[in-house]
Design a protein around this ligand. Structure first.
Ligand SMILES: *Cc1c(COP(=O)(O)O)cnc(C)c1O
Length: 321
């Protein structure tokens, strides 16, 4: 029997919990992208998820399992943005108080959205302070339950529902490309793939500036790095989690990297050809396929577009020339 932190049954149970609350996001196709790559591509568009990213799935799945005491006490998290909004929105829907520890350089759109959902925001400096330590201290002081952005079985199982829906809609796939930060999305999606399409090769994609995941998979031990400087602000993690890595090392074949320039190319492609707004981090998986990091010719390929939260002005700067 498997001793991994999550099983496919956990993903199925999460899917039941979020049913009718999270959106079942569309799977888009593009003839142009197919012609460019020689593959048949299926884009799972979590940019259309509630609050604009897949993170709603895991956050809601986690808070929905709180005990009455935990619900009364409230939830706290630390996040580069999308998880913060996901926790704030999920907490609001479930009638739970939310406290969010955020970097002081988080995109304005993410800070405003978190406050808009009723979350209390506490800032820290991502280059000098330890957000995990701060989150844990506040949790203890105020009686809040900490839900981290990726290294938690309920979060991981929730994120896996995105791939479950993709396989249900697109059928068996030969390859699945998934953005990688701390590995909540990748570990959940790989768990769904293993059950629903055992022959599918699962590939994680992270920013070139922070290839700790790639090095971790290759060496078999979690590699820690400095906060990477990349456009992909949702993947500026310093290391994988213990639980996410346990799943990733068993279920993920390979981790590839893409440059910021390749992310911008993908953003432009999505805007001009597919008429969708995707944030830089959301483009990781697509950028790897469009810039042909691996041979996908003749394959049926799933691509998770993980989010669409980007300031309009920033979007215009990045895609405008
Ligand atoms: C958080 C996030 C990621 C990375 O997810 P992990 O579970 O940390 O690997 C990728 N894309 C977007 C848009 C995100 O918000």
């Amino acid at each position: 029997m498997s001793t991994l932190p999550i099983s496919f049954e956990d993903v199925v149970a999460a899917h039941e919990r979020i049913r009718g609350i999270a959106h079942r996001t569309p799977v888009l196709t593009s003839t142009t992208a197919n012609e460019r790559t020689g593959a048949e591509l299926f884009f799972k568009c979590e940019s259309f998820q509630r609050m604009g990213a897949f993170k709603f799935r895991g956050a809601y799945n986690a808070i929905a399992q709180f005990t009455p005491e935990q619900r009364a006490g409230g939830v706290i998290t630390f996040s580069s943005g999308n998880h913060a909004q996901a926790i704030a929105l999920s907490a609001k829907l479930l009638g739970v108080k939310a406290v969010i520890v955020m970097p002081n350089d988080a995109p304005a759109i993410k800070v405003e959205a978190t406050r808009g959902y009723g979350g209390e925001v506490i800032f820290y400096d991502r280059y000098t302070e330890d957000r995990e330590a701060l989150g844990k201290r506040l949790a203890a002081e105020r009686g809040l339950t900490l839900i981290p952005p990726y290294d938690h079985p309920h979060v991981m199982a929730g994120q896996g529902t995105a791939a479950k829906e993709l396989f249900e809609e697109a059928g068996a796939l030969d390859m699945l490309f998934v953005p990688l930060g701390g590995g909540g999305l990748l570990s959940g999606c790989a768990t769904a793939a293993h059950a629903l399409a055992p022959a599918c090769t699962v590939i994680g994609v992270e920013p070139e500036a922070g290839n700790d995941g790639q090095r971790s998979l290759r060496t078999g031990a979690i590699v820690h790095i400095e906060t990477p400087k990349t456009l992909a602000d949702g993947a500026q993690t310093q290391h994988l989690g213990n639980d996410t890595f346990a799943v990733i090392r068993e279920r993920v074949r390979e981790i590839v990297t893409v440059s910021d320039a390749e992310l911008v190319e993908a953003m432009k492609f999505f805007a001009s050809r597919m008429k969708i707004v995707v944030e830089p981090t959301g483009c990781l998986a697509a950028a790897a396929v469009l810039s042909q990091k691996l041979d996908v010719r003749g394959k049926r390929v799933g691509i998770v577009i993980s989010g669409g939260n980007v300031d309009l002005q920033r979007f215009a700067e990045l895609t405008g020339n």
